[in-house]
Design a protein around this ligand. Sequence first.
Ligand code: ZN
Ligand code: ZN
Length: 400
Amino acid sequence: MDGIAPNVAISPNVAVLAESVIALRRILHQWPELGFQETRTSALVAEGLQALGMEVRTGIAQTGVLGTLRGDGEGKTVLLRADMDGLPIEEASGAPYASKNHGIMHACGHDGHTAILLTVAQVLAQYRKQFSGTIKFAFQPAEELPPGGAKGMIEGGVLEDPRVDAVFGLHLWNGLPVGKIGVDDGPIMASVDRFDITINGVGSHGAYPHTGVDPIVVGSNLVAALQTLVSREAPPLAPVVVTVGKFHGGTAFNVIPSQVELSGTVRTVDAGMREEMPKRIERIVRGITSAMRAQHTFNYVFGYPVTVNDVNRARFARRVAGTIVGDINVVSAGMSMGAEDMSYFLEAVPGCYLRLGSGNSDKEYIQPHHSALFNFDETALPIGVELLAQLSLSYLSGRD
Ligand SMILES: [Zn+2]
Ligand SMILES: [Zn+2]
């Protein structure tokens, strides 16, 4: 059948939905919505879950949706998570089902995640007499928009009543060919934090720099000095990124401005190192600005924590994934310095976040996530459905 990759073990209940999960993804792809504005998407999700006779909660963390499927009798509780938001990008993929919302695009694959999870709900609703325990389907807003939707979903109680014992989720991953599944234990994605710095100097004529204090020169020294946090202060084997992504100042070629503004991001995988970074950055900001006669303000905001997979859940997920794509195709997807608010779920409950291969160089699905040209091999979608369905059923049957 179209839509199913060869050499993949897909159960009949999933195989019959292979075309519908792709069709659903294309509908979602055409109507991407930004974080906390996913009203159309969450209405579609809520209707889909209600049609399956599930308990449905809406409006969690603004646009989040939770479906709860109770099996036959008492047992453990598993939560499956998908994110629903798009990005502020004008789509240039040329796909016939390209975005109809100008300036907004599903360029990360969250349309696929939502389509997969809604289809998993369809599959598992058919099995409700055959498992004991509870399966929760969490569709969260705003993964791309820190502080993100995951935290609000957790604060909104999605992990309680009944208490969740394990969480699973997946991300379509163009860095892996379709047919492969990436499972890693321990840290898999970095933390993401943000800093904002204002440097106040004294504006003057460009020809008479000695009459002012040039914040552009101070800022330039600062950008270079901040890199020593990575090259001279972090152990060479501990990944840290410090990026100044914004440096604004000045109005004319011959005027020294009075102020510049810098903003940047810090990525780490070590909690201790992460805690240290605000102090270290401020020490350099203070030192450089005072050495060069300027003033500063400094603000640091902790964003998503490190995404950490539980060792035992990862081992379990590797085994389940192997039954679908073959052990040889269950691989390490490596550590990414990107970040994810799935990390909040994994902080609260042991679980595993998997990377689902969706790249295909033959079909030119090679663009990176967040590119205006991004697209992925849709034959990954039924594999994702099978994967989350089997993870849930195996976990609830105690084979973890
Ligand atoms: Zn993304
Ligand atoms: Zn994403």
